[in-house]
Write a protein that binds this ligand. Sequence first.
Ligand code: FES
Length: 166
Amino acid sequence: MERRGFVQSISALIGSMLLAVAGLGTVLIQGVASILNGKSQEGDWIPVDHIDRILPGKPTERTISYLTKDGWEEKNDRQKVLILFEESEPVVYSSSCPHLDCPVSLIPDEERFVCKCHMSYFDVQGKVMEGPSPRGLDPLPTKIEDGVLYCRWVRFQSGGSKSVEI
Ligand code: FES
């Protein structure tokens, strides 16, 4: 083979390999995205995020989405969840305030959670620091599978000192 032909063959081979790697990367990214945007039903395991994207020791929040059915009508519901990844075990809390179900949010600079309806504050472990909430944040069932953190969206009775699923 002439030198010119050899160089062209090597260039073509390297080009094919780069395209294959780029294609595989795209497939993997699309795979994770499709898991996270999947159509879980309420009560199913719902993907929260890839576990690598949740920093240990830092409270954070994510929005989960799932399908709910009302008769024939199907709609996409979204809920915020609050996360603390401690000692290799992520804990996912419901963002529904135990007082009267208002939404609880992260105050990032203070690393604590707040419900602005009646100003209940919760520490990053979900315990009540101040305000009228009768208990800490309600933890949701979680699992990690293939590097993805999942939770189940569960509703709890508001107002009581103990977490009771409804
Ligand atoms: S509903 Fe959250 S403090 Fe009242």
